[in-house]
Each structure stands twice: as structure tokens, then as C-alpha cells.
Design a protein around this ligand. Structure first.
Ligand code: SAH
Ligand code: SF4
Length: 356
């Protein structure tokens, strides 16, 4: 899982015909195989040889928590015994899969539970794309269809694992048939990596976690971004090579009494005045050890109306709060699940999840 055509070719015994690598690539990604046994078009001897030498590499479901709003939070087991989280969010007209790029995260944002884990390790391209493959299979989704979005907003800072994020994106596009417009990567603002991402011919849409309206405020709530100054971040965004159909999304976590005043909203408008931007507001999802409060509903509404007068501005609805699946809550927390499977590595294909 995660290998491109050339890498698959290199694994084959010499003497195999040239089309074999394409056949395997097609079966694995477009055909969404879940193990070597699914590659029935291959000669049996080749399948046996590959299975003996190479682990297929799809993550396995360790636990799934199901929210009252239909959101599923998956704890997935990786090859080395670690686990990572992936969230499935069904909606009436579209579905969204939120995937992780690292186990834990090295950026210590003070409002985020994932930060408390620290970084355990980065995920491979196969582990990133494998999350989409597995959930597509479990929920009967068609990645090439118009109704599926993938957001790289789970555990981890994707731009600190950029090569694997780029590889995974290429596989989502070339292998699974997804459109780049349906994939979004979110960063806390690793400035040098932003330009690198912009130079990639195949890349997701970009979202920037702004989360503050001034340099001092941002240093306070996102300490590790101290070396990346806000004004340099905005400049990197201003020169970012957007495609004709694209806007930069700025996420802004509203922290009650900290960054949610009307004056903050006006500063955000000024900061983003020279960027082709849209703003997503997220009212803080609380958690143990998080030293902030969710803002009053009136604050969120007032903030939104000020920003919306200048640029598109939306409030992100929390999903899966009851199972610790919402933004910033991914820390392998136990929750009382409505349904819990344990160690279900090979669940059969299920029909699309009914709305709950
Ligand atoms: N590491 C990347 C992507 C994962 S976080 C990043 O920070 O952008 C995805 C989003 O959740 C970010 O915009 C982040 O600011 C937000 N977030 C983190 N903790 C949160 C919390 N407790 N409540 C609401 N949003 C939060
Ligand atoms: Fe990491 Fe993003 Fe959480 Fe910050 S908000 S700690 S960058 S996952």
C-alpha cells in the first residue's frame, strides 16, 4: 500500500510481463483490494510469492466509536502496533473522511488534545492513503464519485511529513481517481513547506490554521510557531500559487475571551485583505487539560458577521463531539460508543451508513 507504479514494478520477479505492475496498481487502488487474495487476475504462483514476501499494508480497524450524529471515529492499527485515528462524517449530499498524517503531533498548540501526545512518528504514504481505502471499503464509498471529500486534518502536522503527504495525494488522484479539488490539507503554518507544496504539480487545496489576530496572540496559543512569524505566514499565503478555481481557507479556533472579540475579527479582515481567502470559524471543542473555554454563541455570530462582510466566512459545525471525534479532540480517548467493534480487521463490505 502506498507504492507507485515504478515501485510495484521493482518488486516483481524478473521475467514478469510489463503490464503486471499496471494490473496490480489498478487492482490495489482503483479496485480497492483489501489483501493479496483479492488480486484474482494474477497467476496463483505470483500471488503466493508476493504474499510471502510483502505485507499488503492496509491499516486494520482496532475500535470504532459511532456518534449520535452519524460520525464514526476509527482507531486504526498500523504495522508496528501503533494506532492512529481517522474520522468518517456522513452528510446528506456528501461524505467527508478526515485522515491523519502523523501519530500524534510535534506542534504544541495549547487548545489541541493531539498536542498532548507529542509526536510518535510520521505516517508512510501507504498509511495515509490506506485510511481512505479502508474507510471507502467499510462505508461503500466511491472515491472517484463527486460526493467524497478527504481532509488531512486528523492527527499530525501534514507539512512536517510533506513527501509522504504528496505521495499519498498522487495516489488518491492517479490511483483512486479522486479530484484534487476534493482533497484539503491543513497546516499550522510551516512557512518553508508552504512554497514547496505550491510547487507540486498534483496537490490538495490548502487550509491555514490562523487561530489568532496578532503576532503576540498567536505566539501565546501556538508556541511552536514562534519561529514562523505571522507577517511572514501571511506573505507566504499572498504569493501562494492558487489555481483559478481555488481560494485559501483560513481556520480560526475561537477561544472564549482570548481571540473572539470584535476587534480580533476586524484585525483578521485586515490581515487577510490582500489574500484570496475564505475563513472557517471553529468554536473551541473543549477537553481535559485545555486551558480555554468555548466562546459564547453571541461572540461566534458577531465575529462571523464582521468577517463575512469582507470575505466568505463560515462556522464549522462540530461533528462527533460525544465520541471525541471533533477538531482538536483526536487523542485516542476512550468514549462510550454506541457501537464498538474490537479487532475487526476484515469487516465485510457494508452498505452506506444509514443516517442516525
Ligand atoms: N495540524 C494541522 C491539521 C490538524 S488540526 C493544523 O493544525 O492545521 C485541524 C484543525 O483543528 C486546525 O485548524 C486546528 O486549529 C483545529 N483545532 C485544534 N484543536 C481544536 C479544538 N480544541 N477545538 C476546535 N478546533 C481545534
Ligand atoms: Fe498539531 Fe494541528 Fe493540533 Fe496544532 S492544532 S497540535 S498543529 S494537530
Amino acid at each position: 500500500m502506498g507504492l507507485d507504479l515504478a515501485a510495484i514494478h521493482a518488486l516483481l520477479p524478473s521475467g514478469e510481463p510489463a503490464f503486471r505492475a499496471r494490473q496490480i496498481h489498478g487492482a490495489v487502488y482503483a479496485g480497492r483490494a483489501s489483501g493479496w487474495d483479492d488480486l484474482t487476475a494474477l497467476p496463483k504462483a505470483l500471488r503466493t510469492d508476493l504474499a510471502a514476501r510483502i505485507a499488503f499494508g492496509l491499516p486494520e480497524v482496532s475500535t470504532v466509536y459511532v456518534s449520535g450524529d452519524g460520525t464514526h471515529r476509527y482507531l486504526l492499527g498500523l504495522g508496528d502496533g501503533r494506532t492512529v485515528e481517522t474520522v468518517f462524517m456522513p452528510e446528506e449530499n456528501r461524505d467527508t473522511i478526515c485522515i491523519s498524517s502523523q501519530v500524534g503531533c510535534p506542534v504544541d498548540c495549547r487548545f489541541c488534545l493531539t498536542a498532548q501526545m507529542g509526536l510518535e512518528r510520521s505516517l508512510t504514504a501507504g498509511e495515509i492513503v490506506g485510511q481512505v481505502m479502508l474507510l471507502a471499503r467499510l462505508h461503500g464509498l466511491d472515491p472517484a464519485g463527486r460526493q467524497l471529500n478527504v481532509v488531512m486534518m486528523g492527527q499530525g502536522e501534514p507539512l512536517l511529513n510533506l513527501p509522504n503527504v504528496v505521495r499519498a495525494t498522487r495516489l488518491l488522484v492517479a490511483g483512486l481517481g479522486m479530484s484534487e479539488r476534493r482533497i484539503t490539507v491543513s497546516t499550522s503554518g510551516i512557512i518553508p513547506r508552504i512554497a514547496e507544496l505550491g510547487a507540486e504539480p498534483v496537490r490538495p487545496k490548502l487550509a491555514i490554521s490562523l487561530n489568532a489576530s496578532s503576532e503576540e496572540q498567536r505566539r501565546e496559543v501556538m508556541p511552536l510557531t514562534r519561529k514562523y512569524h505571522l507577517k511572514d505566514l501571511i506573505e507566504a499565503c499572498r504569493v501562494y500559487p492558487l489555481r483559478p478555481w481555488e481560494k485559501l481557507t483560513f481556520e480560526y479556533v475561537l477561544l472564549g475571551g482570548v481571540n473572539d472579540a470584535d476587534a480580533d475579527a476586524r484585525r483578521v479582515v485586515t490581515l487577510l485583505s490582500r489574500v484570496n481567502a475564505k475563513v472557517n470559524l471553529i468554536a473551541l471543542n473543549p477537553g481535559p487539560g485545555i486551558p480555554y473555554e468555548t466562546p459564547a454563541a453571541e461572540r461566534t455570530a458577531s465575529f462571523q458577521s464582521i468577517v463575512a462582510a469582507a470575505m466568505p466566512c463560515f462556522v464549522r459545525r462540530p461533528r462527533g463531539l460525544d465520541i471525541h471525534a471533533a477538531c482538536g479532540q483526536l487523542k485516542r480517548m476512550e468514549a462510550a460508543p454506541l457501537i464498538q467493534f474490537t479487532n475487526l480487521s476484515h469487516q465485510p463490505d457494508s452498505p452506506r451508513t444509514p443516517s442516525h
